[in-house]
Design a protein around this ligand. Structure first.
Ligand code: SME
Length: 195
């Protein structure tokens, strides 16, 4: 007969109680958008929701984790969304949604490393035609990578894959750039991005 709950069970109960009591920043509300929005409208709502998620939290780890979940569960026709951070001169996998991905990417390698090295957003309409593309999910057909820049400092990249060819355009680049700006202004990347 069991007399006491184990440590893990007690912790789970405490977390559950806290979750039920909490009325602030309940993240699951963030995955819902007004139906029928244009792409501009979707990004406007995404900005508001991301602002709400990072409000009161400066740690880049949970903020990037929530940003990846928000993007992955909101933007249509994507199969991977996540972050790589600069750590000791290479990109290292951070929070993401989608299939398991390669952990380390050298600067100048693949789509991510190329965008990181150039410090410019890179849209790849057909990943099969990109020399050196690193295939993490065979379903991916197009990709966009947005560098995370804090003034002159490269922190990492936001990477998004789609199973559709030619999925991303200039409006996506602008919309994602604004989301990245919210993350960078609202978070401390000190422990994640290591020059
Ligand atoms: N395709 C990327 C690698 C990362 S995955 O897509 C998640 C690249 O070529 O850099």
């Amino acid at each position: 007969m069991r007399e006491r709950a184990g440590c893990g069970e007690a912790a789970a109960v405490l977390r559950f109680n806290h979750f039920v009591d909490s009325k602030v920043n309940y993240p699951m509300q963030a995955a819902q958008l007004t139906p029928g929005l244009s792409k501009t409208g979707v990004f406007a709502e995404l900005r508001q929701q991301l602002l709400g998620l990072v409000q009161g939290e400066r740690d880049a780890l949970p903020n990037c984790a929530n940003a990846a979940a928000l993007i992955y569960h909101t933007l249509p026709d994507i199969n991977w969304a996540g972050f790589y951070f600069i750590r000791h001169g290479e990109l290292v996998l951070g929070p993401f949604q989608g299939k398991a991905a390669c952990v380390r990417i050298g600067l100048g390698k693949g789509v991510c490393g190329t965008a990181a090295q150039s410090r410019e957003t890179l849209i790849v309409p057909d990943v099969h035609a990109f020399p050196g593309h690193i295939a993490c999910d065979a379903a991916s057909r197009s990709e966009i990578v947005v560098p995370l820049l804090q003034s002159e400092r490269l922190l990492g990249v936001l990477d998004i894959d789609s199973p559709l060819p030619d999925r991303f355009d200039r409006d996506d680049a602008q919309g994602l750039d604004a989301l990245v700006g919210i993350l960078i202004r609202g978070s401390d990347f000190g422990g994640l991005a290591i020059p």
